[in-house]
Design a protein around this ligand. Sequence first.
Ligand SMILES: [Fe+2]
Ligand SMILES: [Fe+2]
Length: 164
Amino acid sequence: MLPLKWSTSHAVFVTEIDDEHKEIFEAVSNVHRALTSHGPLSETRKLTQRLTSCIVEHFAHEERLMRAARYDSIEWHTEKHNAAHRRVEQFVQRIGQGDTQAGLEMVEYLTAWLHDHTRLADRMLGAFLRNQQRCMWKLTFRAGTKPMDACDWVGTDGERFDPA
Ligand SMILES: [Fe+2]
Ligand SMILES: [Fe+2]
């Protein structure tokens, strides 16, 4: 199985997304620990619930960012989220019935899915958002630039002077 820990190889370089990914990796790891330590079912259910909330909130967050940025690949990306969500729901139902094997299968599925999804789909989204952010800075800068004749000329000593 792939390592359950988030590493920089999963980074998309958008802090708010990377932070949520770290939280999800951590939540998967907690479920894995509860399953392999054969703790009480109530604990596994609670940690599974926490994991699914993190995932649902994170998907919704990325989808809001994609809509706001008018991201071209939003349908493709959202369909990947929906497919993973459907699979997780199936595992959760089985876990709720006390099926420990379903928990381990879910951990394995999510670890591989997160590994692939963060490194391709989310990284593409991250690059798009960063690029858009750069364009916004340029626009703000240009919109804020005064016409030449409205600028003051300031010498190296900090004193104003008239170049004419
Ligand atoms: Fe995503
Ligand atoms: Fe993501």
